[in-house]
Ligand binder design. Structure first.
Ligand SMILES: NC(=O)C1=CN([C@@H]2O[C@H](COP(=O)(O)OP(=O)(O)OC[C@H]3O[C@@H](n4cnc5c(N)ncnc54)[C@H](OP(=O)(O)O)[C@@H]3O)[C@@H](O)[C@H]2O)[C@@H](O)CC1
Ligand SMILES: Nc1ncnc2c1ncn2[C@@H]1O[C@H](COP(=O)(O)OP(=O)(O)O)[C@@H](O)[C@H]1O
Length: 302
């Protein structure tokens, strides 16, 4: 039988490591960089960025491909948004982000490919690969090779978060085949990519070359709305960025994020916010509430 996520990973114990000491500063919460948001999909990158902000990253920087949207966002002036260009792709090294995420609304342009290559060849920093960045890997043997080389050199520092459509592209099959045997699919995805993998959809699975699959029993069909995956990406990046100083690796950060994301959606449905019309924007705020409530409870019990 599959192990369930909250019990076996002891998510609460992991969340406790995010507790902030009185003298902590933003450097302790980590520098996050997200890349995506091509024309017509700027919202995907903004959602990932806002989620990263609400889940506690010290700095959230966005490299936006759509030049019309690459400017300060008055609803969220905290986000440091700049225009993506071939020049900045090569400058990623200088930015020294603690954790990077690529994919939300990225598209599959030449510039998107340039960023993916730059990020896959960056040393050390944990990387979250989502959406079109996964599609780019699925459609290029060279990208898959770069991913495998990265995993050989820096194991446990890359995660892919495919939904069943993206998983089908990676495995050169169809969505029905993925859904018929999700366990087999995630095992094949881990074997193919040598990465941590989150296979999204009802009963999200998470596995890695060192961890057999766990299932997330939380979550509901209210989550079937555009942008819901983008906020998961932002959340993983935020928690992994804090994890650098708070001793959480990418696997642990991803388990927390998957659990929080689904739990938040379930809590909102219980309150009558959804399933119909549940939004990613509401879900990320609920995720923030849950994490802070849990920290408060854990502190009170010690
Ligand atoms: N506000 C914005 O700017 C937004 C921008 N966005 C950005 O748009 C880009 C393209 O993303 P997208 O959503 O348009 O289509 P995409 O993900 O390629 O394929 C969808 C197909 O995959 C499948 N499938 C998916 N889930 C499944 C499941 N659980 N269970 C079963 N099947 C499932 C399903 O295939 P079907 O079954 O229909 O054959 C479905 O039709 C991407 O970069 C993203 O970040 C979005 O984030 C939205 C908000
Ligand atoms: N029926 C469902 N039950 C549980 N979770 C769901 C369901 N439908 C969607 N989700 C979750 O919502 C998110 C959707 O992500 P994704 O398809 O990548 O959306 P987008 O690309 O629009 O951001 C995933 O985390 C997925 O697990």
């Amino acid at each position: 039988m599959l192990k369930a996520l909250p019990e076996n990973i002891e998510v609460n114990d992991l969340i406790q490591r995010l507790d902030r000491g009185p003298a902590e500063h933003k450097g302790n919460a980590g520098k996050a960089l997200l890349v995506g948001g091509d024309t017509g999909m700027a919202g995907a990158l903004l959602l990932a960025g806002q989620s990263c902000l609400y889940l506690g990253a010290g700095w959230t920087m966005l490299q936006m491909l759509d030049h019309h949207s690459a400017h300060a966002n008055s609803n969220h002036p905290e986000l440091m948004i700049s225009q993506a260009s071939i020049k900045s792709a090569t400058k990623l090294q200088d930015l020294k982000a603690d954790v990077l995420g690529i994919g939300p609304g990225l598209g599959q342009s030449e510039l998107a490919q340039t960023y993916l290559t730059s990020i896959l060849t960056l040393p050390n920093a944990p990387v979250v690969i989502d959406a079109d960045a996964i599609n780019l890997i699925a459609s290029s043997e060279n990208n898959l090779l770069l991913l495998k080389i990265r995993n050989q050199r820096f194991p446990h520092r890359t995660i892919l978060t495919p939904h069943p459509g993206e998983a089908a592209k990676l495995l050169k099959t169809d969505v029905a085949t993925i859904q018929k045997n999700r366990l087999q699919a995630i095992n094949r995805l881990v074997e193919l990519t040598q990465s941590i993998v989150v296979l999204k959809g009802q009963h999200t699975l998470i596995a890695s070359p060192d961890h057999s699959p766990f299932v997330c029993q939380a979550g509901n069909p209210g989550m079937a709305t555009g942008g819901m995956g983008d906020i998961l990406t932002g959340c993983i990046v935020a928690i992994a960025a804090q994890g650098i100083h708070h001793h959480l690796d990418l696997w642990e950060s991803s388990c927390i994020a998957v659990h929080l994301h689904a739990l938040a959606a379930d809590q909102l449905v219980k309150k009558g916010v959804g399933p119909i019309g549940l939004t990613p924007s509401e879900t990320m705020i609920e995720m923030r509430s849950i994490i802070n409530q849990q920290l408060k409870q854990l502190n009170a019990s010690h």
